[in-house]
Design a protein around this ligand. Structure first.
Ligand code: 9MJ
Length: 668
C-alpha cells in the first residue's frame, strides 16, 4: 500500500528522533530516554517501513539489524594504504621520536595531538554525500575485506553524517572494539546460553566483525572510534586535534581522552596519566599514540616504509601473555577454601614476572578446562592477582589429563566439603590443618590485625612445621633461644621478631576481633562489633539474636560468629592470648583512625585511665603521643598535678583537654 503524506512525514520524524537518541547514547554517552521508549519508537518505524517498503532508505536505523548472510567477503582495495604505527616500548624511544620530529621540522618544541591506542581492529569507513557507503577491514594494509553490512549494525557509526559542511566524499579511519562493561555482559549472556565465552574484548570484536551473517554482528555490542581521515574532498582543518573535533561534529565518535601536549615532557606526562587511568577506562588500550598535531608538518615528515614518521605508539606493558602450565596445585586458605593455582613457566606480563596464576575454583577449572602442559593466556591487570584467561586449544599436548580436584585436603587429608550455595570446596580440618593454621597465623600477624612486623610466610612455615607454634597464642611463648636455634635465623632477627610480638600485645578491640580470622568478619564488621559491644566479653556472651541487633550484622555473619565462639578450642586460644598479655582499652567503643595525624601529649594523672591505656587508645585511633609539648602538638591531655607541660601548652596556645573530652574524641 502506498504511503500517505502523513506516514511519510512520520517515518522521517521517527528516524530523526531515533538517530538523535542514538547519538546521545552512543556518541555523547548521555542517554536521553529510557530503553523502553526508544524500543517503542523503533518498533513503530519498523512497522511503517514493513507496510511501505518504498519508504526504506539505507540510512534508516532499521537497517542496522543485518540482512541475508553473504557467501564470503568481497575484497576492497585501499586507495590510501592503511598503515601501521611504529612502536616505542621505552622512554628513550619516545625521546628519539620527539628528537626526530624536532630535527625534521627544525623547531625546538613540537605541538602534539595525543590519543589512546585502542586494542581493537582497524577499519576504514567511506561516506559519499554524507551517506555511509562502504566499510572495510585493514587486511594487509593494501587490500581488506568489505564488511559494510556488519559495520552498518555498529550502533555508534552514523549511517548519515550530521550538521553542515559535509564533504562529497570522506574516508575515516578508526578502530572497532567492545567496551569492557559490554564485554562482561556479552560473556554473561554466552554463559547463560551455555555458549563458549570470549577470551577478551579484542577477540570478541574480531569474531563479531568477521561474521558473514550480519544479523549475528548486530547482536554484538561493537563500537567504533575514529583516529584519522584518509581522504576528504573538502578543505579540512589544519591540525589533528581540530580534525577530530570536526569528525565529532559530524556525529563520528572520537576518543574523549584525546589531548594536546607540548614537547617530550608533554608526551611522557600523557603516557603516565593514561597508564594510571588505564584500568578505569571504558575500553582496553595497549598504549597511547603521539601524533604531530599540524597536518602540514605531518606531510613534511612523511613516511618510512609502512609507517608514518609523524606518529608513534608508546606501548604499555602487555597485560596478557601466553605461557605453559607446569603444574596445578591446590592451596588451602585460612578458612579452608581450596583454591587451584596454576604454576607457570615464568612470563613477563603486566610489568612483572608471573609464575603462578589463580584458577579461582573447581567450576572455573572445569569451564576453562585447564590442564598441565597446556599453553594458556595469562592476564595481570593493574594490581589484580594474575589469572588464567583461557587455554590455547591448538597447542594442547596429546597426553594432557583433565584436572580433578582432590577429594581430601591436600595438606591434612581431612574430608573436603562443598557448602551449599558455594562454588568453593573447603577442607573440614579447621585448625587441625597446618595450611589453615599457617594462614590463620599470617592473618593474625597482618598489618591491619595485630601487626607483627617480620612474621612472614617463610617464618610461619618454619614455626608451624617445627611444631613450635600451632595457634596465635603460642607466639607469645616464644623465646630468644628457641627462635635463634631455627635454621637460617640470626640472633638479631630473632630479637626483632620478639620485640614485634611484644609490641603487638597492646592493641585495640576491633583489631583483635579482626585478627581472630572469623569467617565473614572483615575489618569493617570487626569495627561494627567493637563499637556495639564495647568489650570482648560482651561480644562472647552475645547470642545470635543479640548479634543480629547490630545494624550491620546479618544472619550469615551472626551464624559465623556463633560457630566460632561455640568452639572450645577458639575460646581457649582467646583466653591464652589475654593471659599472655594481649590487651586493649575496653569500655571505649570507637572507630580506628579518627585521630589520624593528630599529636597528643599526656600530662598529670588522669581520673581513671592509666597513661599506657590512654596512649594505646589514642594510638589505636591513629593518633600519636609525644613526650613534650611543641608547636606541632594538637592537644595536651591534662590530669591532676600537671606541671610544666601544661604551662608550655598555655604559652603556645595549644588546646588543653581533660579525660572526658579525650573519651569523647575516641568515641567519634
Ligand atoms: C589506534 N590503534 O588507536 C592510529 N590508532 O594513526 C590511533 N592508530 C594510527 N592512531 C595512523 N589512535 C595510523 C594508525
Amino acid at each position: 500500500m502506498a504511503a500517505c503524506r502523513a506516514e511519510e512525514a512520520r517515518v522521517i520524524a521517527l528516524r530523526a528522533e531515533i538517530e538523535r537518541h542514538n547519538r546521545a547514547y552512543y556518541v555523547l554517552d548521555q542517554p536521553t530516554i529510557p530503553d523502553a521508549e526508544y524500543d517503542k519508537l523503533f518498533l513503530e518505524l519498523q512497522r511503517l517501513e514493513a507496510d511501505h517498503r518504498e519508504l526504506v532508505t539505507p540510512d534508516s536505523p532499521t537497517q542496522r539489524v543485518g540482512g541475508t548472510p553473504l557467501p564470503g567477503f568481497a575484497q576492497v582495495h585501499h586507495g590510501v594504504p592503511m598503515l601501521s604505527l611504529n612502536n616505542a616500548f621505552a622512554e628513550e624511544e619516545a625521546a628519539a621520536f620527539d628528537r626526530r620530529c624536532r630535527e625534521g621540522l627544525g623547531v625546538t618544541e613540537v605541538d602534539y595531538a595525543v590519543e589512546p591506542k585502542y586494542d581493537g581492529l582497524a577499519i576504514t569507513l567511506i561516506y559519499e554525500q554524507g551517506l555511509f557507503v562502504q566499510g572495510a577491514t585493514r587486511g594487509d594494509g593494501t587490500t581488506g575485506e568489505d564488511v559494510t553490512q556488519n559495520l552498518r549494525t555498529v550502533r555508534n557509526i552514523p549511517l548519515r553524517l550530521l550538521g553542515t559542511g559535509i564533504p562529497d566524499r570522506l574516508e575515516v579511519r578508526g578502530e572497532v572494539l567492545i567496551l569492557r562493561r559490554d564485554f562482561e555482559r556479552l560473556n554473561a549472556q554466552q554463559r547463560a546460553l551455555s555458549a563458549k565465552e570470549f577470551v577478551n574484548p579484542r577477540n570478541a570484536a574480531a569474531g563479531s566483525l568477521r561474521q558473514l551473517d550480519a544479523r549475528i554482528t548486530a547482536q554484538r555490542p561493537l563500537r567504533f572510534f575514529a583516529y584519522g581521515v584518509a581522504q576528504v574532498s573538502h578543505e579540512m582543518p589544519g591540525t589533528q586535534a581540530e580534525l577530530m573535533n570536526r569528525l565529532l561534529a559530524w556525529g563520528i565518535p572520537v576518543a574523549r581522552e584525546r589531548d594536546r601536549v607540548a614537547g617530550l615532557a608533554g608526551l611522557l606526562g600523557y603516557y603516565a596519566r593514561m597508564g594510571k587511568a588505564r584500568d578505569n577506562l571504558p575500553y582496553d588500550i595497549d598504549g597511547v599514540v603521539f601524533k604531530v598535531n599540524s597536518l602540514a608538518d605531518q606531510e613534511r615528515l612523511g613516511f618510512v616504509s609502512r609507517a608514518p614518521r609523524f606518529a608513534i605508539a608508546h606501548k604499555f606493558p602487555a597485560q596478557e601473555a601466553t605461557t605453559t602450565v607446569l603444574a596445578i596445585e591446590v592451596q588451602v586458605g585460612r578458612t579452608g577454601a581450596l583454591t587451584p593455582v596454576a604454576r607457570l613457566e615464568p612470563v613477563f606480563v603486566g610489568g612483572v614476572t608471573v609464575t603462578n596464576a589463580t584458577l579461582h575454583n573447581e567450576d572455573e577449572v572445569r569451564r576453562k578446562d585447564v590442564r598441565v602442559g597446556d599453553t594458556v593466556i595469562v592476564r595481570r591487570a593493574g594490581d589484580v592477582i594474575p589469572e588464567v584467561v583461557a587455554v590455547v586449544p591448538e597447542r594442547r599436548p596429546i597426553f594432557a589429563q583433565e584436572f580433578i580436584m582432590p577429594k581430601t585436603c591436600p595438606v591434612c587429608s581431612s574430608q573436603v566439603e562443598k557448602p551449599e550455595d558455594e562454588v568453593i570446596l573447603r577442607c573440614t580440618g579447621g585448625l587441625y590443618c597446618p595450611a589453615q593454621r599457617k594462614r590463620a597465623l599470617l592473618h593474625f600477624a597482618s598489618r591491619r590485625a595485630l601487626d607483627i612486623e617480620g612474621l612472614g610466610e617463610k617464618l610461619v612455615d618454619q614455626l608451624v612445621d617445627s611444631e613450635l607454634v600451632a595457634t596465635p597464642a603460642d607466639l607469645y611463648r616464644l623465646d630468644l633461644a628457641t627462635l635463634a636455634a631455627l635454621p637460617r635465623m640470626a640472633e638479631k632477627s630473632a630479637a626483632n621478631l620478639l620485640e614485634a610480638i611484644e609490641h603487638s600485645k597492646q592493641t585495640s578491640l576491633p583489631r583483635f576481633i579482626y585478627a581472630l580470622g572469623i569467617r565473614n568478619v572483615g575489618e569493617a564488621t570487626a569495627k561494627d562489633l567493637a563499637r556495639h559491644f564495647a568489650s570482648l566479653d560482651a561480644l562472647l556472651a552475645a547470642e545470635e539474636e543479640r548479634l543480629m541487633a547490630v545494624p550491620e550484622v546479618g544472619p550469615v555473619v551472626a551464624a559465623s560468629l556463633c560457630r566460632f565462639f561455640a568452639e572450645p578450642h577458639n575460646l581457649a586460644v582467646i583466653a591464652q592470648l589475654r593471659e599472655r598479655g594481649v590487651h586493649w582499652l575496653e569500655g571505649v567503643a570507637s572507630l580506628p583512625g579518627t585521630l589520624a595525624g593528630k599529636t597528643f601529649v599526656l600530662t598529670g594523672t588522669l581520673p581513671t585511665l592509666t597513661r599506657e591505656a590512654a596512649k594505646a587508645a589514642i594510638e589505636a585511633q591513629g593518633g600519636r603521643v609525644a613526650g613534650s609539648v611543641s608547636q606541632k602538638t594538637d592537644y595536651v591531655v591534662a590530669g591532676s598535678d600537671a606541671g610544666s607541660k601544661l604551662e608550655k601548652a598555655q604559652q603556645l596556645g595549644v588546646a588543653i583537654i581533660d579525660q572526658d573530652q579525650l573519651l569523647e574524641f575516641l568515641k567519634k
